[in-house]
Write a protein that binds this ligand. Structure first.
Ligand code: SAM
Ligand code: SF4
Length: 457
């Protein structure tokens, strides 16, 4: 007798991701949980069976983009005779809930960042038009437990979520309301997922968290069971082998401890790149933002990092025009930028988010003042980025090859300092770490000549 296994019919899944790396990771996990149901990723929403918008709520513009995209997708759904399921996931889903289905009735499902493991069940219910269409509970550990531990890797780099949520409550930020309280994943779970990624050829892993350096957990019993912080976790992942490069993002100055700084001096796999947002250089504004640190505390961390790893590339986020920000406060931010010297930075105009304390503060800064400050800050940051990139000209640097370049025969990859690097070399080098001699630099990338493949110990 022969047994027949019935495979589900292939279905087309289109996921559009907005916002941070956390969302990029969550989209990958949504693909993972939907794969057993026969969903295969496609590059366009046309003719897709399931469209997921994984949204970002951080600034007003990001939220409005979602509604305009939904208008376009509704047209595709109509053209397909209604045979398309539309799901809104992520932080807009968490914050706006059922309001989304009211504003755009073509939406079938709304699910917050802690409900992705329930997606297959929700999709099945939607196709039968029964049951709950809204899931916005905060049950982070339940999500982590329910998601498959093994992942299908897609190339030589991967994200690995180790920490979720935030309870720092910076007065401008929606994250504590959309992502819930800070929670660390247990070491054993992280180890399982890390091993699965390494076994599939991932060479560079980026540990993710809203405040990734707030991660803490009990060490495995064999290693003593004591409480670990992120520095110990990085050492552990370096020890179990498999990864040539380890990164982590995004960190908070309040959670930066000496052990993590020391790990940068000791662990060669830990890449010399630190994204540590400061937001402002003025202590008055930092206090109003409830950041819990001063400019001097932040500068002290940056100095220690550079002592531990002199080639450390530093990155930050800035907000200009926070309520009450005076000309002098802004000048303090400019001074801090000059003092640190950034390799890259992201800067934004303050955007009032309903429900956050800053939205109700006095002294909102006029839009034209915000514009002018942002332009000045970005001009300075661009200069620093260009000179950081130019400083690599003439050096031979290790590059992880991540894909084909735009021109025939060209490859691209990533430097230890997160720069994009282009060079001509055979395609067979894909996924390897190779030496490239840097010949030129622009604001956003380096160009160089392939020297040789690197033997990694
Ligand atoms: N947890 C990280 C930290 O504390 O630095 C950052 C998380 S947040 C998702 C990313 C960035 O968005 C922030 O660093 C901040 O610069 C920016 N941001 C958050 N809320 C904002 C707002 N209301 N207006 C403008 N920018 C904002
Ligand atoms: Fe938002 Fe502040 Fe938490 Fe970062 S630390 S996610 S800016 S509340």
């Amino acid at each position: 007798m022969t047994t027949q296994t019935s495979r589900p019919e292939p279905k087309r899944l289109f996921i559009k991701t907005y916002g941070c790396q956390m969302n990029v990771y969550d989209s990958e996990r949504m693909r993972d949980v939907l794969r057993p149901l026969g969903y295969q990723p496609v590059d366009t929403a046309d003719n897709a069976d399931l469209v997921v918008l994984n949204t970002c709520h951080i600034r007003e513009k990001a939220t409005e983009k979602v509604y305009s995209e939904l208008g376009q997708i509704k047209k595709l759904k109509e053209a397909a005779g209604g045979k398309m399921t539309i799901a809104v996931a992520g932080c807009v889903a968490q914050a706006e809930g059922a309001e989304i289905m009211r504003r755009q009735p073509a939406v079938d499902l709304v699910l917050g960042p802690q409900a992705y493991h329930k997606l297959p069940e929700m999709v099945a219910r939607a196709s039968r038009a029964v049951g709950e269409r809204l899931e916005t509970e905060f049950e982070t550990l339940e999500k982590f437990d329910a998601l498959p531990k093994a992942r299908e890797a897609d190339g030589p780099t991967a994200f690995l979520s180790v920490q979720e949520g935030c309870d720092k409550f910076c007065t401008f930020c929606v994250v504590p309301y959309t992502r819930g309280a800070e929670l660390s994943r247990p070491v054993d779970d992280i180890t399982l997922e890390a091993r699965s990624l390494a076994a599939q050829g991932v060479r560079e892993v980026t540990l993710l968290g809203q405040n990734v350096n707030a991660w803490h957990g009990a060490a495995p019993k064999l290693e003593g069971g004591e409480e670990w912080g992120l520095g110990k976790l990085a050492r552990h992942l370096a020890r179990i082998g498999g990864f040539d490069r380890i990164r982590y993002t995004t960190s908070h100055p309040r959670d930066m401890d000496d052990d993590l700084i020391a790990a940068h001096a000791e662990v060669p796999q830990l890449m010399p790149f630190l994204h540590l947002p400061v937001q402002s250089g003025s202590d008055r504004i930092l206090k109003a933002m409830n950041r819990g640190h001063t400019a001097e505390h932040y500068l002290d961390i940056m100095r220690k990092m550079r002592d531990a790893r002199p080639d450390m590339a530093l990155a930050s986020d800035f907000i200009v025009g926070f309520p009450g920000e005076s000309d002098q406060d802004f000048e303090d931010t400019m001074s801090l930028v000059r003092e640190v010297g950034y390799a890259i930075a992201y800067s934004f105009k303050y955007s009032a988010r309903p429900g956050t304390p800053a939205a109700d503060m006095f002294g909102h800064v006029p839009e034209e003042v915000k514009d002018e400050r942002l332009q000045r800050l970005q001009a300075l940051l661009r200069d620093q980025q260009a000179s950081f990139n130019a400083s690599k000209i003439g050096e031979t640097i290790p590059v992880l090859v991540t894909g084909k370049g735009r021109n025939p025969g060209q490859l691209h990859g990533r430097s230890p300092w997160m720069q994009a690097v282009h060079f001509d070399a055979p395609e067979s080098l894909m996924g390897q770490i190779v030496d490239v001699k840097v010949a030129g630099a622009t604001l956003n990338s380096l160009a160089g000549e392939y020297v040789a493949a690197v033997e990694v110990a």
